[in-house]
Design a binder for this molecule. Sequence first.
Ligand code: BGC
Length: 940
Amino acid sequence: MIAGESWAIASVLFVAFLEASAPTAPAAALRPSDLRCEYRVDPRGIDVVRPRLSWTLASDRRGDQQTGYRILASSSPEGLGRDEGDLWDSGKVLSDQTLGIAYAGQPLSSRARVWWKVRVWDRDDRASDWSLPAIWTVGLLHRSDWQAKWIAGPEAATNAAAGGAPNGYQSLPAAMLRNSFRVDRPFKRAIAYSSALGLYELRLNGQRVGEDLLAPEWTSYGHRVQYQAHDVTALLREGENAAAALLGEGWYAGRLMIVGRFAYGTQPRFLLQLEVEFADGTTRTLVSDDSWRCTASGPIRAAGIYDGEAYDARQELPGWDAPGFEASAWRPARSFELDSRQLVWQRNEPIRVVREMAPVKMTEPKRGVYVFDFGQNMVGWCRLHAVGAAGQTVTLRHAEMLNDDGTLYTANLRGALQVDRYTPRLDGEFVFEPHFTYHGFRYVELSGLARPPAEAALVGRVFHSSAAEAGRFECSDATLNQLMRNILWTQRANLMSTPNDCPQRDERFGWMGDVQAFSQTAVFNMDLAAFFSKFAQDIRDDQADDGRFPDYAPHPGDPNRGASGAPAWADAGVIVPWRAYQNYADTRLLAEHFEAARRWVEYVHRNNPDLIWSKGRNNDYNDWLNGDWIKQAGWPGQGGSVPNEVFATAFFAHSTDLVAKMAEALGREEEARRHGELFNQIKAAFNRRFVQPDGHIQGDTQGGYALALSFNLLPEALRPQAAQHLVGNIRRYQNHLSTGIQTTHRAMLELAREHYPDVAWQLLTNRTFPSWLYMADNGATTIWERWDGYVKGRGFQDAGMNSFNHWAFGAVGEWMWRYIAGLNPDERQPGWKHFTVAPYPGGGVTRAKGEYQSVRGRIACDWEIAGPRLILHVVVPPNTTATVRIPTSLPAAVTESGRPARDAQGVRSLLAEDGAAVCEVGSGSYLFEAPFSAGSSPPK
Ligand code: BGC
C-alpha cells in the first residue's frame, strides 16, 4: 500500500466545525500545509515531468496573505532535513500563488524520488516555519523504460466463456499467472509497475500488493492504459520469491451496453515490471514475459462487471501465489510486445474500499432465503462470513428495491446479473469476497447456506474512486439533510473510475450529459481535481475525427460512427473542463483541452452556418426525463420537452461562450474575440428565431426559460419577463417542475438569480412528485433516475429504465450549496481566490452550516435565525477574499463580533441592498449579527 494515499482518505476528516472566531488573537505567521503534487498526496510513479505543486494556508489573524514562497526539493529526505534543495531551490518568490506551481528544478528522470517542502511569507514579510515534508516519485517516463511484455492466460478460456458460462454468467474465468525468481543479495528497495488490459490483482509472495480495486481502471484502452506503481520492498525477501496475478475481463473484454462483449479485445493481458535495487547499488528487473505460467482452472469461474462472480473454492490452488508452488502443469503464458497505446500514470485517486456497512435488518421472505437490508443504497460488494456445506453453492443476489412481498426487485437491473456465487470446498466456516465486479444495491438475498445466517454474516464493502470528500452540509430540516446525504451517496456510487450514470443495470457508462449537469454539485461534495483531469483526457481520447465529442466517455465503440455529438451530452466536453478550471484554477488542464473544445464548437458551426443547431445533432436526448416522461393519471403528457432546436442552439451558444472564456483565460486574445463574437451572433439568431418580444420562448417550457436565462441568451430587458414566464409555467404545473435532467437545477438557480428564491424554496420542499422530497419520503437513500421511479398505489416505472441511483436530478445539490449554505465561486477569480457568501434563508429552515475544503483551504458559512436576529459566521481562508451578503431588515444595524460591522477589522465597503447588507472581507473568521424578520428573507 502507498502510505501517502491512506492519508488522503484520512484527510476526509475535518477539523472541528467552525471554531469560535478570534479576531483579537495574537498575530501569527501563515502556516502552509496540505502539500499536494498534481492534486495528490505523495503520489508515486507519476509521469508528469514538471508536476504542479500546491498547499493551503492557515492563519490566526484576519486579512492574512501570502506575499512570497520558497520551495526546496531534494533527492533525499536527509538533504531536505538539512534544508538542501539539491534538485530545486526556488529561492524566495514574491507571489501569492499557492497552487499550480510547476516544478522548475533539475530535470527529473524515470524513477526519481523527490522530497519537498515549502515556507511562505505573510503580509508583514515574516517567514513561516517550513511545512512538513512531502514526496513524489517519478514512474516510467519513456517507452524504452519498459522491458516487460503483455502476457495473457490460456486462450481456450476465452472461447469456453464465449460459448456460455454456468448459471447465466457471460464472463470469463479469471486467469492466474505466476513466476518465481531469486533475490540473491541484500536489497534496499523494490518497486512494482503493473497494469492490465482488463482488471488485475497483483500478488507477491502470497500477499496482495496494495489496496486498489478494479485496477488499472477504465480508459479509452485503444489510446492509453494506466499503470500503478507500488513500493513492494516490504513484501520481497532474499531467496525464492513469487510474483503472481489474477486477471479478469473488466471493461476491456467484458460485456458493455450497446457494444456487447470484447469491446477492446478478446482476452485480458497483464503487465509487470518489478525493479529491485540492491544494497550494493546494482539493480535487477523482473518482467512479465513468456517465462510466466498461467491457468484458467482456478476458483474464479466467471467474473464480470455486470454479472458478478462465480467462485468455486473446490478449484482453489493453495500456494499458487507463493514460492515453491508446482506450476509445471500450467501453460506457458503468451506474450505480446507493447504496442502503440500509451502507458500512463493513474492520476486519479484509486478505487478503494472507503467504508463498511452493517445490515440493519434481516428477513426470510421464503424458507431458507434471507434478505439483508443495509438501510442504504450503495455500491461495492459484500464480504460473506458464514457456514457452508462442501459443494453446496451459496448465492448472493443484489437489488436496490424490494417487491411488496419482501423479495428482491431485480427487473430494473435489465441484463445485469449482480449475482455472486460461492461454492465451499469443505463443510464449515468460510469467508468470501469477490474481485472483478461491483454491484449497486441496498438489499442482498442470501441462499444456499448450511444453516441460517447471523445478521452479521454480511458486511457491505463500499468502494469507489477515493477522491476526498470536500463538503459538509447540515441544516435544521432533517429531510433536506437526508436529501443532501442521498446526493452524496449517489455520487459515491457513480464515481467508479469514470463519472457514471448508474451503478446497477447493464449500463454504468460515463454519460456526459449527466456529469455535466451534476458537475458543480460533485465538486462541492468531493475534491475532483485529479478525477476530472483524468476524465478530460478520456473525453479527448474519444473525440471523433470531425470534432464531435462522445456522448459518453470512455466510448467503447467508434465515436466516428455514433453516440457522439448530442447536444448537452457532447457539450460536457467543454463544460466539465471549464467547471474544473473554475474550481481548481487549473490552467494547464485548460491549455491541454482548449483545442478539443474549439474543434467541437467548430463542428457545430460548420454544420450550421445559420447558427441554429438543426443539423449534425446525431442524437436528441433533449431534456432527458422531463415531465413528459411521467406516467401518472392527470399529469400533462406534453409541455415539458424543450423544442429540439431551442435546446440544441442554447447549448451551442453556451459552449461557444465558454470557449471564448477559455481563450481569454489562456491569453489567446484573437480566439477569445472570435468566439465572443460568434457567441453574440448565436445569441442574436436564438432571439430572432425563438424569442418573442414579450419574452416568450418557443415551446413555452420551463426548461427553455431555464436554459436561456442560465446561458445569458436574452437581452437584459427580457430577463425579468422570461423569469415571469418560467414562474407562470411552474404555477400552471401546480407549483411543480416539468424539467428534465438538463434544466432542473438550472431552473432552480435562475429562479433565485431572478429574485424568485421563494419559488425555488417551494420546489425544493415540495413533497408531492415530481420532487426530491417525494423520493426521500418514499424511503430513497439515493437519488432516483425518474421523478416517478416508484409511486405508491401505481408501483414501479418502466423497468427498462428505472435506476434508483442516478445523480442527474441530484444536481439540485448545487442550489443547496449556493443558496442554503451560501457558498459561490467567483467565475472571474478561479479556484476560490474570491467568492461570495450569500445564504438565502427560506423554506422554514432556521439554521444551516456549510463547510467546503477548497483548493485554497477551508471555507465555511454557518447561519442561524435566533428570534429577531440572524447570526452568520463566515470563515475565509488566508490569501482569499469574499463578498458577504448578510440578509437583514436593517443593514445599518449589522454588527461583527459585537461591534458595528463598518468598524470591524477586515470588513470593507459595507453597503445596504434591498433586504441585505453586503461587504467585502479579507481572510479570517467573522461573526455577523443582524436584525432579521420574515420580510428580510424571501417568504416560503
Ligand atoms: C442514461 C442516462 C443518459 C441517457 C442518454 C440513459 O440510459 O442512464 O442517464 O444520459 O441514457 O440519454
